[in-house]
Ligand binder design. Structure first.
Ligand SMILES: Nc1nc2c(ncn2[C@@H]2O[C@H](COP(=O)(O)OP(=O)(O)OP(=O)(O)O)[C@@H](O)[C@H]2O)c(=O)[nH]1
Ligand SMILES: [Mg+2]
Length: 501
């Protein structure tokens, strides 16, 4: 009778681990006890490794991406974080924002002068075609924008007087001021057109062609501040001090002098009824940054001007590429944690730069400016801005790379939406599916939120919560409250994900 082979006989590892033959009961008991102890130690090491991995994840900075189309309010949201949590840096950079604000003001006036010149020369045309409509019923699968409202634009009834000619002449020095400021800030001409002053007319139209402006941007968030020698980088190779600094002081004084000298004329042209009618007729949007500063010319153009917190929040400088900002939270729900917030350029040509940041991203704050239901993209005048936000949202929520990323939606510019609705702009003329719902803020936000929710439900690779906030991020007090709720949620998700590692 042959000896029966045990399963481990051929396996060297099993042979080593197998209990010795002829093991006594006492030996067996000792062996089992030792084995149990070894298992316990091994389990403990596994747990320790898992905890270390989780701690590493917990301790590494929380990565947050601010996404959304151009002018959706991403950089303004970032400023809200900085205003609340990076007070020292905010104060250090306040002076460097002065030039950007002056530039916002001067560009506003120069743009008015450009349009005025065209009108006076009789080349301005009669106004813009209405923007395209959104049919957001199933916005992500739509063929494209609908026909838009049957709004007609009457030909110019403006009659320009000697007063306008004189103002134009007297404000000529602002051309040089604009060039100087752009040079000092280090602004490069962008490939995209201006986002503040583009009339609502189709591409190639005489109006658009004639008033097309190059958008301005700087390459890095901090370099332009440091170049001035006034920002956080001063004294660390920031370029401040010495003869360079002196000439910068002189330049600053010269700019302030010219602005103070032009203040009355700037006010006169901005407040002129004929000019206002012209801007309205040409569909020139000035309600955001330029309007804010143009309504306060006396203060901004004074020689002793110091930007307020609100001014800095409102200052507009287009973001180029992806800019990283580190915030160490000393207070609030995220106290003790460090966050890397990435502020991206939102125009179509910039979006390709977002993708490398999707990997390893903990959270996205997506900004959709819902006041833009009747506006077109500055970079592609055929595309309705709300439609673009829906498409962008769909692309983000359906990304497999972002399947585990927390996503928070800000339905932004609610203040502008409310104003627009109060001014009688009717949503259903642009968003046909809005139907006969009341044309007010409450119903509009509810309706738009539902569309974003539907897109998330339909396209998210995994079920995930729909977190939405109605925001006006220029309102820093209200935004601080929203951000604390958002921070808490993002941090909770971050720690939960770390524990699941
Ligand atoms: N009234 C109002 N204006 C806003 C709001 N959010 C942003 N703005 C203004 O809209 C303009 C664009 O805001 P930004 O934060 O620069 O936009 P962005 O998304 O960073 O734009 P890009 O850098 O071009 O991608 C600025 O003039 C802001 O002051 C809002 O909620 N209400
Ligand atoms: Mg920006």
């Amino acid at each position: 009778m042959g000896v029966q082979k045990r399963p481990h006989d051929d396996d060297p590892l099993s042979r080593v681990l197998a209990p010795p033959p002829n093991e006594t009961a006492e030996e067996r008991e000792t062996r089992l006890r030792l084995e149990a102890e070894a298992r316990q130690i091994s389990d403990k090491i596994d747990e320790q490794l898992k905890a270390e991995r989780a701690a590493l994840k917990k301790n590494r900075p929380v990565k947050v991406l601010l996404l959304g189309q151009s002018e959706s309010g991403k950089s303004t949201t970032l400023k809200n974080f900085q205003l609340t949590y990076c007070r020292d840096q905010w104060e250090a950079e306040r002076a460097s924002w002065c030039m950007v604000i002056q530039l916002n003001l001067v560009r506003g006036i120069n743009t008015i002068l450009d349009i005025l010149s065209e009108e006076m020369a009789g080349v301005g045309g009669s106004g813009g075609a209405p923007p395209p409509a959104v049919d957001s019923d199933v916005s992500d699968d739509d063929d494209g924008p609908g026909p838009g409202p049957a709004r007609t634009f009457s030909p110019s009834s403006s009659t320009f007087s000697g007063k306008h000619r004189l103002l134009k002449l007297r404000l000529t020095p602002l051309r040089t001021v604009q060039r100087d400021l752009e040079l000092r800030i280090g602004i490069q001409a962008g490939a995209d057109i201006s986002d503040h002053f583009v009339p609502a007319s189709p591409p190639g139209s005489p109006v658009l062609g004639a008033t097309r402006k190059q958008e301005f941007f700087v390459r890095s968030a901090t370099s332009w501040k440091q170049l001035q020698g006034w920002g956080a980088g001063e004294g660390e190779g920031g370029g401040g001090g010495g003869a360079g600094r002196k000439s910068k002081d002189i330049q600053m004084r010269e700019t302030a002098d010219i602005l103070a000298g032009c203040a009355e004329d700037m006010k006169a042209i901005w407040e002129d009824a004929t000019v206002r009618e012209m801007l309205l007729r040409k569909g020139v949007r000035m309600e955001t940054t330029p309007g804010f500063f143009l309504n306060d010319i006396d203060r901004i153009a004074s020689r002793s001007y110091q930007p307020s917190d609100d001014d800095v929040v409102r200052a507009r400088l287009r973001t180029l590429g992806v800019q990283e900002h580190k915030i160490k939270f000393a207070s609030g729900p995220a106290a003790g944690s460090e966050w890397c917030i990435y502020d991206v350029g939102g125009s179509r040509t910039q979006r390709i730069a977002w993708y490398p940041y999707f990997d390893d991203c903990d959270a996205i704050i997506f900004l959709a400016p819902i006041s833009c239901f009747d506006e077109r993209l500055a970079e592609d005048r055929r595309v309705n801005r709300l439609e673009d936000s829906f498409m962008l949202w769909k692309a983000v929520v359906s990304s497999k790379l972002l399947a585990k990323t927390s996503i928070v939606l800000f339905l932004n510019k609610c203040d502008l939406l409310e104003q627009k609705l109060l001014n009688g702009v009717r949503i259903k003329e642009y968003v046909h599916s809005y139907g006969d719902r009341p044309n007010d803020l409450e119903h509009a936000t509810k309706y738009f939120a539902q569309h974003f929710r539907d897109i998330l439900r339909k396209h998210s690779p995994e079920p995930r919560p729909f977190r939405v906030h109605m925001t006006s991020v220029v309102d820093t007090k209200a935004t601080a409250v929203t951000l604390s709720v958002v921070e808490e949620g993002i941090l909770r998700d971050h720690l939960t994900r770390a524990d699941l590692l």
